[in-house]
Every structure is written in structure tokens, then in C-alpha cells.
Design a protein around this ligand. Structure first.
Ligand SMILES: O=C(O)CCC(=O)C(=O)O
Length: 504
């Protein structure tokens, strides 16, 4: 079997040969791109430098000289470095320096563009250019590495270099558009394999913590205690509210679900609907998740709620997220309060399209059959929600029907019918949060009498919404149907991994 290092060299080499071919064809034809009989397929057009420039120039003329320089140097470099003379150029050439420099500058320009204004207003050409530049930077560095192997012969230096390249792949996958995704995936998968082979699976423990492979909840005795405290509190829901109807996956047909719940837009829990998923079987094992994703870079929301003033987002390697925020290894403070479970230093990998980014995890999940019931039969987004005990998604609405799949752990869910909106203190300010209530922690309704009274005093209208309210504890293997525009408040009661499928 080919080693991951050879695989990477081959990927980089193949990509550059492709670039060369696509652009040679362009030279041979007078005006290939305007030619009616253009024989280039779409895939080849992705690497036609003339085509890329034309697209970008319609959005920015300032990047023109840099792109020109980059493409020119890149083509000469690839042309000169066919495999037979690789070893004859041990020093990094001026040309290579120029390529790396233009890549850095262009990446910086497009990064700024991607971070200006609201994400939905970012022009797609910038996302496309960003993805291409990430791909070129990764491939060129690998190309350069195999050319100057002696520069990086120390395995630690190489691993660090590879981690940087993987970060670039992940940035390209997260911020770029879809078109270069399959190429970036190839590099990301092989680099990750290389890092696992070279560095092994990172340890998540310190000397104070014991761990078993049995499940997320058995990681340390301290965590186990906290998880159970929170869960048992909700098992005896107080005060009792309407439970969300429960049906069993194996005894209800899709058409029955359609007639009883989907068409009437009523929430329900479909028990055991995900128990056959590979994700359900494998993800409770931390080592499995690490094997697939340890060195991948993921976005983490830091803060108690996304509405908190000090809320922020950080990119970090998955293993670091697991250690610091999911297992809270080394965090000696008892950060949870016994009654409400509030936690100051919460990190949540939330609402992230992780499965567009990490192939190896996507293979373990499957689209729930109920999503085909939407009028357009289309899933608009699939998001991961992976976090420690006690993450809070404050009460909010979404404009899509949702199947929320509970893969690991347990969550407390409180749902309100859209008719309850006048009593739910919808936020007025800020476009981003106008789908969210001002009420942040609803779990206190199951806490001490004092806290409950205080919440009701501050939000007296809430009692009027009581008739429109349902509650449940969502358990691993279950799916929850949340109809569009229903208000939902969700808090994890243990380490938890859920996936939402928004559909229409
Ligand atoms: O699980 C969570 O924390 C929130 C999920 C959610 O809001 C959704 O799926 O729309």
C-alpha cells in the first residue's frame, strides 16, 4: 500500500501536471475560452488560469498583478520540475520564493474579503479564489518538500509543517466554496493520515484522569457525577409540562409520520431511529473520533451562550478542543454549580457543517428518510453540535423543518409552538439575533424555587406560553422532529454529539 507521504507527493505532482495541461491547451488555441467548440471539461476549467483571472478581475483589479505573477511563476516552476530533475535543485529558488510570497499576499487579501461584512454577502468569487489559493499553497509546499527533502528531515519539523498545511486545508474547506473541495479533501485526508502515522493519536488524559473506551460519560469519575446530576434533575420534570410525543422507529412508517406529525407540523421523538448508524456505534469511543479527526482544525464557540457579550469563536485542532473543552482535562475548578449547571468556560463546536469538512466522519452518518418529505425534498444544511455537558442553545427559531439526531449523550429540549411568540420575549435588536429570545437560561425552571420565581418575575408573559410548550430529554439513538419556526431551547445533560438536518 502506498504510504501517506508518497500519496501526498503524488497528489501534488498530479495537480500541477493538471494545471500545466489545462494551460497548455489554452496556449495552443487562439481563444479557447470563447470558442463554441470548447472541448475542455468543467474540471479542467477549474485550473485554467486565464479563466480564474477573468472571474476575479470582474470583482477586483487590485489583485491582478499579484495573480499574474503567481500564475507565471507557477507555470515555469512546474515546467522546470518534472520528476527527473527534482534532485538537481537542492536550494529554494528565487522563483519559489516569489510563488510563496504571492500566495501569502493573495491569501491575506482574500481572507480580508471573507471577513468583511456579513458572511452571506461575501461574493462567491472570493470564496472560490480563497479555496484555490489554499489548495495551491498546500500542494506547492508538498511539491517543494519532496524537491528539497533534506530541508525537512527531522520528523518533528515535518509534523509541524504538515499540521500547518492541514490547517490551511481546513480553512479552505470551511471558508471556500464547493468547487475545489474534492481536491482539498484528498490532501486533508492524506495529511491527517500522515500525522496519525507520525505522531500517533494524541492523549487526552493527564495524570489525574482515568479513561475507558466505553463511552463519553465514563471518562472521569468527576464528569460522570456531573452528567448524572444534571440528567436526574430533568427526569423528574418539575413543574410537569406536556411531554413531546414519542414513537418508535421500528413501528412507524414514514407515511404515518407524515400524516400524524409532519403534515400537522407537530414535534415528535422517533426513538431508536439512529441506533443502526456507524456514528452511533463508533463515536462514543473517543479514540475513534481522534483517529478520524484529531489534527483537523475546527471552529469552537467560546462563551456561555451565543448571545453573551463575551462570546467569541476560535479555530483549534479537534484534539485540543476535546481535551480543553469537552473533557476539561486539567481544569481543577469545579466550574458547574450544583443546581443550574451553569458553566463559565464553555466551548461548543456548534452549528458547524463538519461533514462537508471531514470525509471520514461523513461516512458514519446518513440522511434521515424523513427529510425527503419537505416540499422541495431538499436538505439545506447538515450541522454538527458536539460539546461538553451543559452547552446551551438559547430559545430561538429556524426557518426550516429540522430532524435533530442525538448520536451520543443526552439533551434537555424545551419547545414552543410559533403561536407562543408574543410571550417569548423575542429580541428586537441586531439582525443576527432577531430569531432569538431574550430569555437565556430556561433550565432554571427545573432548578431551585428561588431561581424559577426570579425568571418568571423578569418574564411574566412566559406563563401565558405554557399551553404551547413541550419538553423532553433526547437520548442517544433518537431523532427529534422540530417543525419550522417552532421555538427551541436545548441544553446538554452530558457530553453530547448531535446532528441537525434542516430541510424544506
Ligand atoms: O443542539 C443544540 O445545541 C441546538 C440545535 C439547534 O438549535 C438546531 O438544530 O436548530
Amino acid at each position: 500500500m502506498e504510504s501517506s507521504s508518497n500519496q501526498l507527493d503524488r497528489l501534488a505532482f498530479d495537480l500541477f501536471v493538471k494545471i500545466l495541461e489545462c494551460n497548455r491547451k489554452d496556449d495552443n488555441s487562439s481563444d479557447l475560452l470563447n470558442d463554441e467548440d470548447n472541448t475542455m471539461d468543467d474540471d479542467n476549467l477549474l485550473f485554467n488560469l486565464h479563466q480564474i483571472k477573468t472571474k476575479i478581475l470582474s470583482h477586483s483589479h487590485s489583485v491582478h498583478p499579484l495573480l499574474d505573477q503567481l500564475f507565471k511563476n507557477l507555470l515555469i516552476e512546474i515546467e522546470q520540475n518534472t520528476p527527473h530533475n527534482n534532485s538537481e535543485q537542492p536550494n529554494i529558488s528565487e522563483q519559489e520564493e516569489h510563488i510563496l510570497h504571492s500566495l501569502d499576499e493573495l491569501l491575506e487579501i482574500s481572507w480580508t474579503q471573507l471577513h468583511t461584512g456579513h458572511w452571506s454577502d461575501v461574493c462567491p468569487e472570493w470564496r472560490s479564489l480563497f479555496a484555490l489559493l489554499c489548495l495551491l499553497q498546500v500542494a506547492f509546499n508538498i511539491f517543494k518538500r519532496s524537491k528539497h527533502e533534506s530541508i525537512l528531515n527531522d520528523s518533528n519539523t515535518t509534523a509541524h509543517f504538515m499540521e500547518q498545511l492541514l490547517k490551511k486545508c481546513d480553512e479552505g474547506l470551511m471558508m471556500g466554496d464547493d468547487i475545489y473541495r474534492p481536491y482539498i479533501h484528498n490532501f486533508a485526508d492524506s495529511i491527517h493520515e500522515y500525522l496519525i502515522e507520525t505522531l500517533g493519536i494524541p492523549s487526552l488524559t493527564d495524570e489525574n484522569s482515568e479513561r475507558t473506551d466505553e463511552g463519553h460519560e465514563e471518562i472521569t469519575s468527576k464528569k460522570r457525577k456531573v452528567s448524572q446530576d444534571l440528567r436526574s434533575q430533568v427526569v423528574f420534570l418539575s413543574p410537569p409540562v406536556k411531554p413531546i410525543p414519542v414513537v418508535d422507529f421500528n413501528s412507524m412508517s414514514v407515511m404515518e409520520f407524515k400524516a400524524k406529525y409532519f403534515d400537522k407540523q407537530l414535534p415528535c421523538i422517533i426513538k431508536n431511529a439512529a441506533t443502526e448508524w456507524a456514528a452511533y456505534k463508533n463515536w462514543r469511543n473517543m479514540d475513534y473520533l481522534l483517529q478520524k479527526a484529531a489534527y483537523r482544525v475546527v471552529p469552537v464557540e467560546i462563551g456561555e451562550f451565543y448571545t453573551s457579550e463575551d462570546w467569541s469563536q476560535q479555530l483549534m485542532p479537534f484534539h485540543e478542543y476535546m481535551k480543553t473543552y469537552v473533557l476539561q482535562v486539567g481544569d481543577e475548578q469545579e466550574s458547574m454549580t450544583e443546581t443550574t449547571g451553569t458553566n463559565r468556560n464553555i466551548g461548543y463546536l456548534a452549528q458547524h457543517p463538519l461533514f462537508e469538512q471531514i470525509n471520514a466522519l461523513r461516512k458514519d452518518i446518513q440522511e434521515p428518510i424523513y427529510c425527503m418529505l419537505g416540499e422541495q425534498g431538499e436538505v439545506t444544511s447538515v450541522n454538527a453540535w458536539f460539546g461538553p455537558c451543559n452547552t446551551i442553545s438559547p430559545l430561538h427559531t429556524d426557518p426550516y423543518d429540522n430532524i435533530l439526531v442525538q448520536v451520543c449523550g443526552h439533551k434537555y429540549v424545551r419547545i414552543y409552538h410559533p403561536d407562543a411568540t408574543p410571550s417569548l420575549y423575542k429580541r428586537k435588536t441586531g439582525l443576527l439575533q432577531s430569531n432569538t429570545s431574550e430569555i437565556e437560561n430556561m433550565f432554571v425552571l427545573h432548578g431551585q424555587e428561588k431561581e424559577r420565581e426570579l425568571l418568571m418575575e423578569m418574564h411574566p408573559l412566559l406563563s401565558e406560553a405554557e399551553n404551547h410548550c413541550w419538553e423532553c430529554i433526547l437520548s442517544e439513538g433518537d431523532m427529534l422532529f422540530i417543525p419550522k419556526l417552532y421555538w427551541h431551547y436545548i441544553q446538554s445533560l452530558s457530553i453530547s454529539f448531535s446532528i441537525s438536518y434542516w430541510f424544506m
